[in-house]
Design a protein around this ligand. Structure first.
Ligand code: GAP
Length: 452
């Protein structure tokens, strides 16, 4: 399987991050013990927490904290007629060229020259390659049973338009949001989880009055930027790039990408498209169902325009990892210079919020350590995973927590038994603060400025 890289630019911290992700349990190669599968990745214990926090933050901001947006969870497998009507069967393609010498395949629009980047061989004429994965439904294979894995979650929203309106009674403008997997048989993949064949998206279709679409397009570009800032991404490394007319998807009137300045160059992490009434009209025609909304202001049926913010979760994770990776020179407990690595995650998305670390495995401090763990577990100010780790030396445990981005460690020592106090250690400054057990929650809340 062809596995070419997004670009040949220097990769800086990428290799270190790939190694950290495997070593600490964020991301593993899919099917690893069988040699892997091209550009498919599995999320480990920490990766799955990180992903869950990202989804929760987005869902809270885009659905729960708004009156005008509702959620949906539609199926991955859908009737093939949907992909015919939406234009994906015809247009969801990339230009594919094949090397006549080494048989490697490339995306023609991503090549710099006219010959094979691998062996300089002669390339074939380009042909359009559809990126949708095919499978078949039921026990008989054949054209009539061919179905596709969805390449975007959006179509599940459009085909449920009438169902959602009649049950939620929303009026324009309103949105339908969903989070789910999408699949694309990409010709070229690479840069770790940046371009993969199976990935997860957070999408919203926001339906508006025709004529108000451009105003709402700007609004959603801004909302997406604000969300990225709210999860701690450095806004100086984000930019908005408007698509040229020749790069727009078949359904779009205008598209703006939010891009991040990766170590290999600017890369798209979110697309915000003005899809007009293309999809609702296409499915009205394809299905024979009238996908419009009755507008009480004008006493007319309207086919709304739609603005679509579409965020790749895996690319958001890639961004967070690169954006938060820090190396600094420090002196360890033995007085030796060492490079300290930490992930400067915002507490909102950090996979582990707090680590409880008994100084040693000595039985005398275990009951108090368990009590501290219990207090934090039941605390209303902390929502998310809390770690309990009593293995290895305390120095190594701090290093591990730094590397996985845990904002705070709470250490219980022998003195704690007498003074009913514990030590709070801050990830970024490494400053340690002694606090009374009864003030623990308050101190943590203060230290993280209520950001948990
Ligand atoms: N429904 C609109 C849509 O699918 P898109 O720009 O093709 O738009 C939206 O995809 C987002 O999905 C992208 O901004 C990117 O973050 C993510 N994405 C797309 N293809 C991807 C891939 N092969 N691997 C990982 N993420 C991908």
């Amino acid at each position: 399987m062809n596995n070419t890289s997004e670009s040949n630019k220097p990769i800086n911290n990428l290799e270190k991050i790939v190694s950290l992700c495997k070593r600490r349990g964020f991301i593993f190669q899919g099917s690893e013990i069988y040699g892997g599968l091209g550009s498919i990745w599995d999320y480990g214990p920490l990766g799955s927490e990180l992903k869950r926090n990202i989804k929760e933050s987005w869902w809270n901001k885009m659905v729960l904290e708004r009156k005008d947006v509702v959620g949906l969870d539609s199926s991955i497998l859908m009737n093939s007629e949907i992909w015919k009507a939406s234009g994906h069967l015809e247009n969801f393609t990339d230009p594919l060229v094949e090397c006549q010498e080494c048989n490697q395949r490339w995306r023609e629009d991503q090549l710099n020259g006219k010959s094979c980047p691998s062996c300089s061989g002669v390339l074939s004429e380009a042909r359009l390659f559809n990126l949708m994965f095919k499978t078949s439904i039921g026990p008989v294979e054949g054209d009539s049973t061919t179905i596709y894995l969805r390449p975007e979650t959006a179509q599940g929203i459009f085909v449920n338009f009438n169902n959602v309106i009649s049950t939620s009674r929303k009026k324009l403008p309103f949105g339908i949001a969903q989070i789910g997997k999408a699949f694309r048989n990409e010709i070229t993949t690479g840069n770790f989880i940046f371009r993969t064949r199976e990935f997860e998206m957070m999408e919203m279709e926001y339906f508006v009055y025709p004529g108000e679409d451009e105003k709402w397009h700007k609004y959603w570009i801004n909302e997406c930027l604000e969300w990225y800032k709210s999860i701690g991404i450095n806004s100086n490394k984000l930019r908005v790039r408007q698509h040229d007319s020749n790069e727009m998807a078949h359904y779009a009137k205008a598209t703006a990408d939010i891009e991040y300045d990766f170590s290999w160059g600017w890369g798209e992490i979110t697309g915000i498209a003005n899809r007009t009434d293309f999809d609702l009209k296409a499915h009205s025609k394809g299905s024979g169902e009238n996908l419009s909304i009755f507008d009480e202001n004008t006493n007319q049926h309207i086919t709304p325009y739609v603005i679509e913010p579409s965020i790749g979760i895996d690319r958001t994770i890639m961004t967070l990892l690169l954006d938060s990776y820090r190396e600094e020179e420090s002196i360890n407990a033995k007085g030796k210079n060492e490079t300290r690595v930490f992930l400067d995650f915002d507490p909102v998305i950090a996979p582990i919020k707090i680590a409880v670390l008994p100084l040693s495995r000595n039985e005398s401090i275990l009951p108090l350590s368990n009590k501290v763990y219990d207090i934090l577990l039941k605390s209303k100010i902390i929502s998310g995973a809390i770690d309990f780790d009593d293995s290895q030396s305390i120095g190594r445990r701090y290093r591990r927590q730094d590397e996985i981005g845990t904002p705070i460690c709470v250490t219980i020592d022998f003195e704690s038994l007498n003074d009913h106090s514990v030590t709070i250690r801050d990830r970024n400054t490494m400053l340690q603060n002694r606090v009374k057990l009864i003030d623990l929650e308050l101190s943590i809340d203060k230290q993280l400025s209520g950001n948990l």
